[in-house]
Design a binder for this molecule. Structure first.
Ligand code: 5GP
Ligand code: ZN
Length: 118
C-alpha cells in the first residue's frame, strides 16, 4: 500500500473520511481542522498527494499560488476574517508537520497570539 493510499487527507479528498468542507475546486480543497487552535481554523490542501513543501516540483508550484488565491478569496468572503488571518505551513519533522500531505493552516476570527505552533 502506498503512502498516498494511507493518507488521511487523500481520503478526505476522496470522501472516504468525512470533513466539514468550506470550499472546493478542481485543484484545492478547504475544510475545518478537526482540532481547532483558533475560532476559525481551516486547512487548505492541494488535490494532489504532495508530502511536504520540500516535495513541490517546479511543475506543481502553481498549487502554492492556488492555495494563496483561495486564502485571499476566503479572506474577502468570510466575515470572521475581515480583520486578517494567519496562513501557516509546518514543513517536515522539525517544523511540527504531523500529516504528510501538503497543507496550509488558515487561522483567524480572533487576535492570534504572536507565537503559535498552528
Ligand atoms: P500539521 O501538524 O501536520 O501541520 O497539522 C495537521 C492538522 O491536521 C492538525 O491541525 C490536525 O488537527 C488536523 N487533522 C488531522 N487529522 C484530521 C482529520 O481526520 N480531519 C481533519 N479535519 N483534520 C485533521
Ligand atoms: Zn495525500
Amino acid at each position: 500500500m502506498s503512502a498516498q493510499d494511507q493518507c488521511i487527507f487523500c481520503k478526505i479528498i476522496d470522501g472516504e473520511i468525512p470533513s466539514k468542507k468550506v470550499y472546493e475546486d478542481d485543484r484545492v480543497l478547504v475544510f475545518h481542522d478537526i482540532n481547532p487552535q483558533a475560532k476559525v481554523h481551516l486547512l487548505i490542501i492541494p488535490k494532489k498527494h504532495i508530502p511536504t513543501l520540500m516535495d513541490v516540483t517546479e511543475e506543481d508550484m502553481t498549487y502554492i499560488s492556488d492555495i494563496h488565491r483561495v486564502a485571499q478569496k476566503l479572506g474577502n468572503e468570510m466575515a470572521e476574517l475581515d480583520k486578517g488571518f494567519r496562513l501557516l505551513n509546518n514543513c517536515g519533522e522539525n517544523g511540527g508537520q504531523e500529516v504528510f500531505h501538503l497543507h496550509y493552516h488558515l487561522m483567524g476570527g480572533e487576535k492570534l497570539p504572536v507565537k503559535v505552533k498552528k
